[in-house]
Design a protein around this ligand. Structure first.
Ligand code: TRP
Ligand code: ZN
Length: 883
């Protein structure tokens, strides 16, 4: 391709400079305005001349009229910060192109044309980490959602599918490895120490799935034989020093491939699957066809540097991205409003996989904890939106817990109602019917209705209505009959004042008070505002276990006696319900104490009930330590705040810590005995993960009740640790204490792991989330640390996202915590808008906080809103939050 030397560089055509300044408000894009694109792009050929500071991109698009769209006389190609170096049509340089905003418009008189466009970019100047950027001397891409337009002009929308052929060349010493989607079809040496490779991806894909990586990488390789007997080459590419920490990722990939065949009947469809780990990355990972790009955090692990939780997270994210090959790539989204079509479904798939790998009960509890701490607050705040949003200004702001995690819950409810076999028939039909298409949520629902035999007419409301439904449950007993009355209300959310009742599938069981048994679990569907259900055969009022397995993403409200919750916490045969009873016991107590307050007698009674339930959990030999660890965890402050209309974070914190201290004291012997037992379990011994989980939990209670003793124990655990889980757990507890061991071990940890970015991230985080009263001072000092940089998202998150989630630090009465996070947003916005905007929701919670703090939070939001040149990302989040 020689178009670069074409004389046609009519930069005067660029209206960008002369156009009036962009209106302050970026446009609102609406779901109902969807129109198919006027052109198809069956083939795309791109030639990259790679350089860290200058990369030249020559793209050749074959375009033809889309018979299903309105006729157009030109084509609008999206760009973002690009200038065309040259434009040619059907082999001839042309100058009849114009720019509208950042987009390139080229006249197309006929029905089929070839467009050749050359652009030139500086990857080393790309701090947004969208498009093509440099990271540690290598080049990589991130194109979802709208990053491809930062590389070349293109219809950068998910419903334009194209077959890509990519050639890339660059200095061999700098970029010995050249990777792209699909298969490598040719390679060779060029002049002056350059080399080149040509890649072809046979599967048509939208531009957001494009990926290119060039760098000095080494691979941990293996093969996988698919269900039909094809051999697939697997590679996990990392920097040389990291190779020893890639076995777990590779093994997770093999397990994912096998599981998707066994459980969903999905086979991989290329001869090669590459994963690349990158240390500068905006999110967790990206499912680019045949070339997944990962944040190093979700690839690298060994026992010395990664916790058990890190190992599990890697397994889950590898699975998630791999599963996208079918739920996302083979079937993609028609437009970005359909994001939950691929994300909600793929999260459900990775959750089911992890349940099978790691244990169903514990995994379910963890997933619900994430939903409640991240999604419930979103759903009850100013940023609430349906899992299929109706409008946005910046799509990056909609990669949310609602679209991902609530989206997964919604599909999980379909599975609960259909049962696993019929659900599988539904997904089979969906994959079969829409393979190769850009589909909609509606397509998924229809396939599920037909394939699984469900009537989802009313259920569709889960896609359009935001807000977490509240279900009130009351039991009325007379004679031998119990009447269960369920009442639902879907709360008002921004733009949605009136809600319709939705079908809510609730698994329940009624325990006989005398025998302690129940007569079987039942699935009730609450599909009206109110519904009554009769149950016969109880002499005494039974004990209700409701929303077992968390069958619906709702909050249950009921008045229930302490003793019933104590019973369920000790005896329920559904592990989730058991956990839930324990949570309910604690939540009702802390919320009452931090709200209207409790008199001494009520406080005493509440604490005793909790102590009794926790005591039973600590000594119960019928559960394993992994489950025990879950049951021992007190509800997070975020979740507690969520339970109050208006919360006082200071009082909640005091009450929560007070309860922890009381429990630590009261159950001191039980905790002690438990610690002594689990301490004996060797790293790879049976039940070792559970043992480690429980060990640190005991330290957490000890720190509240007996800080001196806890400090000794933690220092001892730290010193004797032969793995990161124990070491990090001990250091976390120490970081909250004011003892000499704190400084000592923090220094030791830093020295030990200096140079290992992922572990140094932990070091920043432990101090930012600590219970230490001076946490904010520590954060300020850490921001000045030579290892701190605003240019690496992992590092920014490790310090500031951690701090924004530290309730007693962030919610300091002085407002200093709010000011700090607002300053971060303003400083980060020009560097990395996507990451900056993710800090806004913390401040956006102001309506639910007591008035003095609320005013301070609002004030910071207003300060951000008043700043010049805000990104679209931050602008949208801040204005919605001020609402
Ligand atoms: N599709 C990715 C996933 O869920 C998400 C993702 C990765 C992303 N990087 C991004 C989304 C950058 C927006 C911007 O697996
Ligand atoms: Zn995803």
């Amino acid at each position: 391709m020689d178009i670069a030397r074409n004389p046609a560089v009519p930069n005067e055509n660029i209206q960008l400079a002369d156009a009036p300044p962009e209106p302050k408000r970026p446009p609102l894009i609406r779901r109902e305005d969807y129109q198919p694109f006027a052109w198809l792009v069956p083939q795309t050929a791109i030639d990259f001349t790679l350089g860290l500071e200058s990369t030249r991109i020559a793209a050749k698009l074959s375009v033809e009229r889309n018979p299903d769209a309105d006729r157009a006389e030109d084509i609008r190609l999206n760009g973002d910060g690009l200038k065309p170096v040259s434009v040619a049509r059907d082999g001839e340089p042309v100058d009849d192109w114009t720019m509208v905003g950042d987009d390139l418009i080229v006249k197309l008189p006929g029905d089929a044309h070839q467009l050749e466009i050359v652009t030139q970019i500086d990857p080393s100047a790309n701090s947004q980490l969208m498009g093509l950027y440099a990271s540690n001397g290598m080049l990589c891409t991130q194109c979802e959602a709208e990053g491809f337009r930062r590389i070349t002009f293109f219809p950068d929308r998910p419903d334009v599918l194209s077959t890509y052929t990519v050639r890339m060349s660059g200095p061999k010493s700098q970029f010995p490895i050249l990777l792209c989607n699909g298969n490598k079809v040719a390679q060779g040496e060029g002049a002056d120490g350059t080399h080149w490779a040509e890649w072809h991806d046979p599967w048509p894909k939208p531009s957001y799935l494009f990926a290119l990586v060039a760098g000095d990488l080494v691979a941990n390789s293996d093969t996988f034989t698919t269900m039909s007997g094809r051999e697939v080459e697997l590679n996990v590419w990392v920097r040389g020093d990291d190779l020893a920490r890639t076995d777990h990722a590779l093994e997770s990939l093999r397990k994912s491939m096998k599981w998707d065949e066994d459980v969903f009947g999905r086979e991989y469809d290329l001869d090669l699957f590459n994963i690349v780990a990158v240390s500068d990355f905006n999110m967790g990972a990206m499912e680019n066809k045949g070339l997944n790009v990962f944040n190093t955090k979700y690839v690298l692990a060994d026992p010395d540097t990664a916790t058990d939780a890190d190992f599990d997270a890697i397994e889950g994210v590898i699975a998630h991205e791999y599963f996208h090959n079918w739920s996302g790539n083979r079937i993609t989204c028609r437009d970005w409003f359909q994001l939950s079509l691929k994300e909600g479904f793929t999260v459900l798939r990775d959750q089911l996989f992890s349940q099978d790998m790691q244990g169903e009960a514990v995994k379910r509890i963890e997933d619900v904890r994430i939903l409640r701490s991240a999604q419930f607050p979103e759903d009850s705040g100013p940023l609430a939106h349906p899992i299929r949003p109706d409008s946005f200004r910046e799509i990056s702001n909609f990669y949310t817990a609602t679209v991902y995690n609530k989206g997964a819950e919604v599909i999980r409810m379909m599975r609960t109602m259909a049962g696993p076999e019929r659900f599988r028939a539904g997904t089979d039909l969906y994959f079969d019917r829409h393979d190769g298409e850009a589909a909609t949520c509606e397509d998924f629902i229809s396939a599920m209705e037909e394939g699984a035999g469900l009537d989802l007419a009313q259920f569709r409301l889960w896609y359009s209505q935001a807000g977490t439904p509240k279900v009130e449950a009351s039991l009325l007993h007379s004679g031998d009959t119990t009447l269960l009355t369920l009442t639902q209300a879907v709360p008002e959310t921004p733009g949605q004042p009136d809600k319709k009742p939705m079908p809510i599938p609730l698994k329940i069981a009624l325990f006989d008070r005398d025998t302690g048994e129940h007569g079987g679990e039942q699935l009730l569907i609450l599909d009206q505002v109110q519904k009554g259900f009769n149950f016969k055969g109880f002499d005494k009022p039974p004990i209700l276990s409701i929303n077992r397995g968390f069958s619906a993403p709702v909050t249950i409200e009921r008045s229930v006696r302490h003793e019933d919750l104590v019973f369920l916490a000790a005896r329920d045969d559904d592990s989730f319900a058991r956990y839930e009873a324990m949570q309910e016991l604690v939540v009702s107590h802390i919320v009452a104490a931090a709200g209207d307050g409790l008199d001494d007698a009520a406080r005493d009674a509440g604490r005793k009930a909790i102590g009794q339930a926790l005591g039973a959990i600590l000594t119960d030999e019928s559960i394993d330590d992994l489950m025990r660890g879950e049951l021992m965890m007190l509800p997070s402050q975020t979740y507690l705040m969520e339970q109050m209309l208006v919360a006082d974070p200071g009082r909640l914190h005091t009450e929560r810590e007070g309860l922890k201290a009381w429990l630590g004291m009261q159950l001191r012997d039980e905790f002690h005995a438990l610690y002594e037992r689990v301490e004996q379990v060797p790293y790879a011994g049976e039940g070792a993960r559970g043992a480690r989980k429980v060990k640190t939990q005991v330290l957490v209670y000890a720190a509240a009740s007996d800080p001196e003793k806890a400090s000794q124990l933690a220092a001892h655990q730290y010193a004797g640790a032969d793995n990161m889980t124990d070491r990090q757990g001990a250091l976390m507890v120490l970081a909250g204490l004011g003892t000499a061991a704190r400084t000592d071990k923090l220094i030791d940890f830093y020295r030990r792991y200096k140079g290992n970015d992922l572990v140094i991230d932990k070091w920043f985080t432990l101090q930012a989330i600590s219970l230490h009263p001076n946490a904010i001072e520590h954060v300020k000092a850490l921001a000045e640390h030579p290892d701190f940089t605003m240019r690496n998202p992992n590092r920014v998150r490790s310090l500031y996202m951690a701090f924004a989630g530290n309730p007693h630090g962030f919610h300091l009465e002085s407002g200093e915590g709010y000011r700090m996070i607002a300053d971060v947003i303003l400083a980060l916005d020009p560097i990395n808008a996507q990451t900056a905007a993710r800090f806004v929701p913390a401040l956006g919670r102001w309506r639910r906080i007591e008035p003095v703090r609320a005013a301070l939070m609002r004030q910071e939001l207003e300060r951000i809103a008043a700043a010049d040149n805000l990104s679209r990302d931050t602008f949208e989040q801040v204005t919605r939050s001020l609402g």
